[in-house]
Design a protein around this ligand. Structure first.
Ligand SMILES: *Cc1c(COP(=O)(O)O)cnc(C)c1O
Length: 398
């Protein structure tokens, strides 16, 4: 019989019953250290008391009312996001792809409202990932994701990442804006080079374009700052956030400056679930933790400790792991063996990781981890490297 659950994912034969902190307990009786965090999403780990309690309390009061009415939980969360970021105004939705759709719509509409209806095109970057809707596979531009789905949505141009000359050469009279990840996550944990984001900001200011950041994966403390772009010293005009924003509860948001926010007038855009009381209870609970005194400092300390351990791992096992990259607690080990083999070997050693582009093994642990979890992960990666070494050496000899 055909699988009742549509087989559109390559799933590991592993199911979890519950979790505590960075650990997940599987049906097979083993426990696993979760350094994938549901793809950079379970930012507070598993079984987080405050998050679970806030969601449960809100669920018991009211789950959904719709945007036909005021939602005080959303008003409060939006005000807190505005206070914590460059943004003047927040739109809530439910997934990263949906946030990017709203971001692109806002850019196009703001250009149109400003007397430039011809400015509809958005420049994106090779190696990007922006989601799986029709428009977002077109923005992503990866042939593998587009294959078989007919004509891509028009209006997206692609240039090499970290190449300002190519970017400036691609700007035309029809360009409306730029969409970029400060660190390409799915693309292989590739950070923007120093000066690249500032160069994009300068080009946008010079040509009257809007700068959009996709911080679906890099935002909400993942990089050690509230948003990753804060490391660069420049700000975007609009930004998408999802993944860690609800600590695993489905939720997303668009952060916008007033010039873009005012383009989305009543009736122009919306979504049934967006900014509902339950999602916003999760969002507020996550924010309580992220903004608590010293939390992001702790993330940076942990990240520095983990990075040092991983650098030592790479220098010991260069035949297996050739390079360490990334920012904060979004780290990538470039592999000399297929990254799928590294992922499987790590899982056998008890560590959950996520594969990424450019043959990278991605580490995106919950932000609440400390040195003990880092030490445990480094031990498991040591085991992984030793197990993979014969295969790597053999491949080198060929
Ligand atoms: C995961 C991801 C998306 C898509 O988010 P979904 O919630 O799966 O739609 C978009 N952009 C980036 C950078 C991502 O990492």
């Amino acid at each position: 019989m055909y699988p009742a659950l549509m087989p559109n994912y390559n799933r590991a034969d592993l199911a979890f019953t519950h979790g505590t902190g960075a650990w997940l307990h599987a049906e097979n009786g083993r426990r696993y250290l979760d350094f994938g965090a549901g793809i950079a999403t379970s930012s507070l780990g598993h079984g987080h008391k405050h998050l679970a309690a806030e969601i449960a309390a809100q669920a018991a009061r009211v789950i959904h009312v719709s945007n036909l009415y005021r939602v005080p939980q959303a008003e409060r969360l939006a005000a807190r996001y505005v206070a914590a970021s460059f943004a003047d105004s927040i739109f809530f939705c439910n997934s990263g792809a949906e946030a990017n759709e709203a971001l692109v719509k806002a850019i196009r509409k703001a250009q149109s409202d400003a007397g430039h209806p011809e400015r509809t095109r958005v420049i994106c970057f090779e190696g990007a990932f922006h989601g799986r809707t029709l428009a977002m596979i077109s923005a992503t531009g990866n042939a593998k994701y587009l294959a078989g789905f007919g004509p891509p949505v028009a209006g997206f141009d692609h240039v090499p990442f970290n190449n300002l000359n190519a970017l400036r050469a691609a700007i035309t009279a029809e360009t409306a804006g730029i969409l970029v990840e400060p660190v390409q996550g799915e693309g292989g944990v590739r950070p923007a080079e120093p000066g690249f984001l500032a160069g994009l900001r300068a080009a946008c200011d010079e040509f009257g374009l809007f700068l959009g950041f996709d911080e679906v994966q890099t935002g909400m403390g993942r990089s050690g700052k509230f948003f990753a772009h804060e490391w660069s010293g420049i700000t975007p005009d609009i930004l998408s956030s999802a993944k860690g924003i609800g600590g695993g509860f489905p939720m997303a948001a668009v952060f916008a400056r007033e010039a873009l926010a005012k383009a989305l007038v009543p009736g122009s855009h919306g979504t049934t679930y967006g900014g509902g009381p339950l999602a916003c209870a999760a969002g507020n609970a996550v924010l309580d933790v992220l903004l608590a005194d010293g939390f992001l400092d702790q993330v940076n300390h942990t990240a520095a400790y983990l990075r040092a351990g991983l650098e030592a791992l790479v220098s010991r096992h260069g035949q297996v792991f050739t390079e360490l990259r990334g920012l904060g607690l979004l780290l990538g080990l470039k592999c000399a063996v297929p990254n799928a083999a590294a992922q499987t070997a790590a899982m056998e050693a008890g560590l959950l990781t996520v594969a990424a582009g450019e043959n990278v093994l991605r580490l995106a642990p919950p932000l609440i981890i400390g040195r003990a979890e880092c030490d445990a992960a480094l031990d498991m990666l040591e085991t992984t490297a030793r197990r993979l070494k014969p295969a790597a050496t053999e491949a080198l000899a060929k």
